[in-house]
Design a protein around this ligand. Sequence first.
Ligand SMILES: [Zn+2]
Ligand SMILES: [Zn+2]
Length: 278
Amino acid sequence: MNDNAKQLKISLLYWGGRNIKIKTTLLENAYNFLNNSINFYHLATHEVYPQEYKRYWMFSIVDIVQAMELIFKEVLRRENEIFLYENIDNPKHTVSITKALHRIKNIINLELKVQDERIINQAIEIRNNIIHYEIELDINELFQIYMSIFSFLKSFHYRFLKTDLHDYIEEEFWEEEEELLLEKYNRNLLLHDEADSSKDYLLEVAESQLYMYYEIGDVEYKRIKYGEEESAFKSEFCGDCAIKKGYYHVFGCDLEVCPKCNGQAITCGCHDIRDFLV
Ligand SMILES: [Zn+2]
Ligand SMILES: [Zn+2]
Protein backbone atom coordinates (compact mmCIF):
# COMPACT_ATOMS: atom_id res chain seq x y z
CA MET A 1 0.00 0.00 0.00
CA ASN A 2 1.58 3.30 -0.99
CA ASP A 3 1.60 6.42 1.09
CA ASN A 4 -1.17 8.10 -0.81
CA ALA A 5 -3.45 5.19 -0.28
CA LYS A 6 -2.72 5.38 3.41
CA GLN A 7 -4.17 8.82 3.60
CA LEU A 8 -7.78 9.64 3.93
CA LYS A 9 -9.05 12.13 1.48
CA ILE A 10 -11.54 14.55 2.81
CA SER A 11 -13.52 16.77 0.61
CA LEU A 12 -14.26 19.98 2.48
CA LEU A 13 -16.96 22.50 1.84
CA TYR A 14 -17.47 24.47 -1.27
CA TRP A 15 -16.01 27.80 -0.49
CA GLY A 16 -16.07 30.71 -2.89
CA GLY A 17 -17.22 28.34 -5.57
CA ARG A 18 -14.12 26.18 -5.28
CA ASN A 19 -14.09 22.68 -4.01
CA ILE A 20 -11.26 22.72 -1.52
CA LYS A 21 -9.77 19.37 -0.82
CA ILE A 22 -7.50 18.63 2.06
CA LYS A 23 -5.66 15.45 2.73
CA THR A 24 -5.15 14.36 6.23
CA THR A 25 -3.95 11.20 7.91
CA LEU A 26 -5.88 9.25 10.51
CA LEU A 27 -3.47 10.40 13.19
CA GLU A 28 -3.55 14.07 12.25
CA ASN A 29 -7.31 13.85 12.46
CA ALA A 30 -7.11 12.12 15.80
CA TYR A 31 -4.88 14.85 17.25
CA ASN A 32 -7.15 17.57 15.88
CA PHE A 33 -10.14 16.00 17.58
CA LEU A 34 -8.17 15.57 20.77
CA ASN A 35 -7.10 19.21 20.90
CA ASN A 36 -10.64 20.32 20.13
CA SER A 37 -11.84 18.10 22.88
CA ILE A 38 -9.44 19.57 25.44
CA ASN A 39 -10.48 23.03 24.36
CA PHE A 40 -14.11 22.15 25.10
CA TYR A 41 -13.06 20.54 28.37
CA HIS A 42 -11.34 23.80 29.28
CA LEU A 43 -14.45 25.82 28.45
CA ALA A 44 -16.68 23.45 30.39
CA THR A 45 -14.57 23.27 33.52
CA HIS A 46 -12.64 26.50 34.04
CA GLU A 47 -14.11 28.64 36.78
CA VAL A 48 -13.90 31.88 34.80
CA TYR A 49 -16.65 30.84 32.43
CA PRO A 50 -20.39 31.10 33.04
CA GLN A 51 -22.47 28.16 34.16
CA GLU A 52 -23.99 27.70 30.72
CA TYR A 53 -20.56 26.73 29.37
CA LYS A 54 -21.06 23.40 31.11
CA ARG A 55 -22.85 22.37 27.95
CA TYR A 56 -19.45 22.17 26.26
CA TRP A 57 -18.95 18.90 28.13
CA MET A 58 -20.99 17.30 25.36
CA PHE A 59 -18.53 18.29 22.68
CA SER A 60 -15.50 17.40 24.75
CA ILE A 61 -16.81 13.84 25.16
CA VAL A 62 -17.88 13.49 21.53
CA ASP A 63 -14.48 14.68 20.33
CA ILE A 64 -12.36 12.59 22.67
CA VAL A 65 -14.28 9.46 21.65
CA GLN A 66 -13.70 10.45 18.03
CA ALA A 67 -9.96 10.85 18.73
CA MET A 68 -9.92 7.44 20.41
CA GLU A 69 -11.68 5.84 17.43
CA LEU A 70 -9.13 7.27 15.00
CA ILE A 71 -6.18 6.19 17.15
CA PHE A 72 -7.62 2.65 17.32
CA LYS A 73 -7.99 2.68 13.55
CA GLU A 74 -4.41 3.83 13.05
CA VAL A 75 -3.17 0.96 15.20
CA LEU A 76 -5.27 -1.50 13.17
CA ARG A 77 -4.05 0.05 9.91
CA ARG A 78 -0.44 -0.45 10.96
CA GLU A 79 -1.17 -4.07 11.60
CA ASN A 80 -2.93 -4.51 8.27
CA GLU A 81 -4.94 -2.00 6.25
CA ILE A 82 -7.69 -4.55 5.69
CA PHE A 83 -8.54 -4.54 9.42
CA LEU A 84 -9.93 -1.04 8.95
CA TYR A 85 -12.90 -2.42 7.07
CA GLU A 86 -16.12 -3.76 8.47
CA ASN A 87 -16.20 -6.53 5.91
CA ILE A 88 -12.72 -7.63 4.91
CA ASP A 89 -14.03 -9.33 1.77
CA ASN A 90 -15.67 -6.13 0.64
CA PRO A 91 -13.50 -3.26 1.92
CA LYS A 92 -15.92 -0.37 1.64
CA HIS A 93 -17.09 0.82 5.03
CA THR A 94 -14.65 1.27 7.87
CA VAL A 95 -15.26 -0.32 11.24
CA SER A 96 -17.19 1.23 14.11
CA ILE A 97 -15.27 2.10 17.26
CA THR A 98 -16.78 -0.90 19.04
CA LYS A 99 -15.60 -3.26 16.33
CA ALA A 100 -12.19 -1.54 16.21
CA LEU A 101 -11.83 -2.12 19.94
CA HIS A 102 -12.91 -5.74 19.52
CA ARG A 103 -10.27 -6.27 16.82
CA ILE A 104 -7.58 -4.59 18.87
CA LYS A 105 -8.32 -6.97 21.72
CA ASN A 106 -8.39 -10.08 19.57
CA ILE A 107 -5.89 -9.41 16.83
CA ILE A 108 -3.29 -7.30 18.59
CA ASN A 109 -3.87 -9.02 21.91
CA LEU A 110 -4.32 -5.91 23.93
CA GLU A 111 -5.16 -6.85 27.47
CA LEU A 112 -7.61 -4.25 28.61
CA LYS A 113 -8.26 -3.73 32.26
CA VAL A 114 -11.91 -4.50 32.99
CA GLN A 115 -12.24 -1.02 34.39
CA ASP A 116 -10.77 0.63 31.26
CA GLU A 117 -13.06 -1.34 29.02
CA ARG A 118 -16.07 -0.39 31.10
CA ILE A 119 -15.15 3.29 30.89
CA ILE A 120 -14.49 3.15 27.14
CA ASN A 121 -17.88 1.55 26.56
CA GLN A 122 -19.54 4.07 28.82
CA ALA A 123 -17.92 6.92 26.86
CA ILE A 124 -19.01 5.41 23.54
CA GLU A 125 -22.55 5.08 24.85
CA ILE A 126 -22.60 8.69 26.04
CA ARG A 127 -21.24 9.83 22.68
CA ASN A 128 -23.96 7.89 20.87
CA ASN A 129 -26.64 9.25 23.16
CA ILE A 130 -25.42 12.81 22.71
CA ILE A 131 -25.59 12.42 18.97
CA HIS A 132 -28.94 10.67 18.82
CA TYR A 133 -30.99 11.79 21.78
CA GLU A 134 -31.45 14.51 24.26
CA ILE A 135 -29.83 13.36 27.43
CA GLU A 136 -29.15 14.60 30.87
CA LEU A 137 -25.51 14.58 31.82
CA ASP A 138 -24.08 14.15 35.26
CA ILE A 139 -21.07 16.48 35.26
CA ASN A 140 -19.22 14.68 37.99
CA GLU A 141 -19.56 11.41 36.13
CA LEU A 142 -18.43 13.05 32.89
CA PHE A 143 -15.32 14.34 34.60
CA GLN A 144 -14.44 10.86 35.91
CA ILE A 145 -14.97 9.35 32.47
CA TYR A 146 -13.04 12.07 30.68
CA MET A 147 -10.06 11.81 33.02
CA SER A 148 -9.94 8.02 32.61
CA ILE A 149 -10.25 8.11 28.81
CA PHE A 150 -7.53 10.73 28.61
CA SER A 151 -5.12 8.67 30.74
CA PHE A 152 -5.99 5.53 28.82
CA LEU A 153 -5.18 7.28 25.53
CA LYS A 154 -1.81 8.47 26.84
CA SER A 155 -0.94 4.97 27.94
CA PHE A 156 -2.22 3.36 24.73
CA HIS A 157 -0.23 5.87 22.69
CA TYR A 158 3.02 5.07 24.52
CA ARG A 159 2.57 1.40 23.91
CA PHE A 160 1.29 1.23 20.35
CA LEU A 161 2.50 4.44 18.74
CA LYS A 162 5.75 4.58 20.74
CA THR A 163 5.61 8.27 21.55
CA ASP A 164 4.18 10.53 24.20
CA LEU A 165 0.74 11.86 23.32
CA HIS A 166 1.86 15.05 25.02
CA ASP A 167 3.95 15.86 21.93
CA TYR A 168 0.72 16.28 19.98
CA ILE A 169 -1.15 18.38 22.51
CA GLU A 170 -1.06 22.09 21.84
CA GLU A 171 0.92 24.05 24.37
CA GLU A 172 -2.07 26.10 25.44
CA PHE A 173 -3.66 22.89 26.77
CA TRP A 174 -0.70 21.55 28.75
CA GLU A 175 -2.23 22.90 31.91
CA GLU A 176 -5.36 20.83 31.31
CA GLU A 177 -3.23 17.79 30.55
CA GLU A 178 -1.44 18.14 33.89
CA GLU A 179 -4.68 18.73 35.73
CA LEU A 180 -6.23 15.55 34.32
CA LEU A 181 -3.19 13.41 35.18
CA LEU A 182 -2.81 14.78 38.68
CA GLU A 183 -6.48 14.23 39.37
CA LYS A 184 -6.41 10.68 38.04
CA TYR A 185 -3.29 9.64 39.94
CA ASN A 186 -4.06 11.22 43.23
CA ARG A 187 -0.99 11.43 45.46
CA ASN A 188 -2.91 10.42 48.58
CA LEU A 189 -3.67 7.04 47.07
CA LEU A 190 -0.31 6.35 45.45
CA LEU A 191 2.45 7.80 47.60
CA HIS A 192 3.81 7.70 51.10
CA ASP A 193 2.68 10.70 53.18
CA GLU A 194 6.18 12.08 53.42
CA ALA A 195 7.06 11.72 49.74
CA ASP A 196 8.14 14.60 47.57
CA SER A 197 4.94 16.43 46.70
CA SER A 198 6.23 18.87 44.12
CA LYS A 199 4.11 19.06 41.02
CA ASP A 200 6.99 17.80 38.85
CA TYR A 201 7.34 14.68 40.95
CA LEU A 202 3.61 14.04 41.02
CA LEU A 203 3.51 14.28 37.24
CA GLU A 204 6.35 11.77 36.99
CA VAL A 205 4.42 9.47 39.31
CA ALA A 206 1.40 9.72 37.00
CA GLU A 207 3.40 9.21 33.79
CA SER A 208 5.13 6.19 35.34
CA GLN A 209 1.74 4.52 35.81
CA LEU A 210 0.88 5.03 32.14
CA TYR A 211 4.11 3.57 30.78
CA MET A 212 3.58 -0.12 31.37
CA TYR A 213 5.95 -1.88 28.96
CA TYR A 214 9.63 -1.78 28.12
CA GLU A 215 10.43 -2.72 24.56
CA ILE A 216 13.69 -4.63 24.53
CA GLY A 217 14.84 -5.74 21.10
CA ASP A 218 11.50 -6.30 19.45
CA VAL A 219 9.94 -7.85 22.49
CA GLU A 220 7.59 -6.17 24.90
CA TYR A 221 8.17 -6.78 28.59
CA LYS A 222 5.59 -5.76 31.13
CA ARG A 223 7.19 -3.60 33.81
CA ILE A 224 7.37 -5.08 37.28
CA LYS A 225 5.29 -3.21 39.82
CA TYR A 226 6.42 -2.52 43.35
CA GLY A 227 5.59 -5.64 45.35
CA GLU A 228 5.67 -8.00 42.33
CA GLU A 229 9.44 -8.67 42.52
CA GLU A 230 10.54 -12.24 43.14
CA SER A 231 11.98 -11.24 46.48
CA ALA A 232 9.16 -8.90 47.28
CA PHE A 233 9.83 -5.97 49.54
CA LYS A 234 7.92 -6.01 52.77
CA SER A 235 6.96 -2.43 53.36
CA GLU A 236 3.81 -0.82 52.00
CA PHE A 237 5.70 1.90 50.13
CA CYS A 238 8.88 1.71 48.01
CA GLY A 239 11.92 2.87 49.97
CA ASP A 240 13.25 4.87 47.05
CA CYS A 241 10.41 6.31 44.97
CA ALA A 242 7.74 6.08 47.72
CA ILE A 243 5.13 4.44 45.48
CA LYS A 244 2.52 2.21 47.05
CA LYS A 245 2.50 -1.57 46.59
CA GLY A 246 0.72 -2.56 43.39
CA TYR A 247 1.80 0.46 41.33
CA TYR A 248 4.67 1.03 38.91
CA HIS A 249 7.86 2.52 40.33
CA VAL A 250 8.51 6.13 39.40
CA PHE A 251 10.95 6.42 36.47
CA GLY A 252 14.54 6.25 37.68
CA CYS A 253 13.74 4.40 40.92
CA ASP A 254 16.72 2.41 42.25
CA LEU A 255 14.54 -0.50 43.29
CA GLU A 256 12.74 -1.24 40.04
CA VAL A 257 13.63 -4.65 38.67
CA CYS A 258 14.20 -5.18 34.94
CA PRO A 259 11.55 -7.57 33.56
CA LYS A 260 14.06 -9.17 31.21
CA CYS A 261 17.19 -9.81 33.26
CA ASN A 262 15.88 -9.30 36.80
CA GLY A 263 18.69 -6.83 37.43
CA GLN A 264 18.32 -3.24 38.51
CA ALA A 265 16.24 -1.58 35.77
CA ILE A 266 18.11 1.71 35.73
CA THR A 267 21.55 0.16 35.32
CA CYS A 268 21.14 -3.25 33.64
CA GLY A 269 21.45 -1.74 30.16
CA CYS A 270 18.67 -3.84 28.60
CA HIS A 271 16.64 -0.80 27.65
CA ASP A 272 17.03 2.89 27.34
CA ILE A 273 15.07 4.84 29.89
CA ARG A 274 17.18 7.97 29.71
CA ASP A 275 14.25 9.78 28.11
CA PHE A 276 12.40 9.57 31.37
CA LEU A 277 15.20 10.58 33.65
CA VAL A 278 15.26 14.26 32.80
ZN1 LIG B 1 10.43 2.57 43.64
ZN1 LIG C 1 17.78 -5.82 32.27
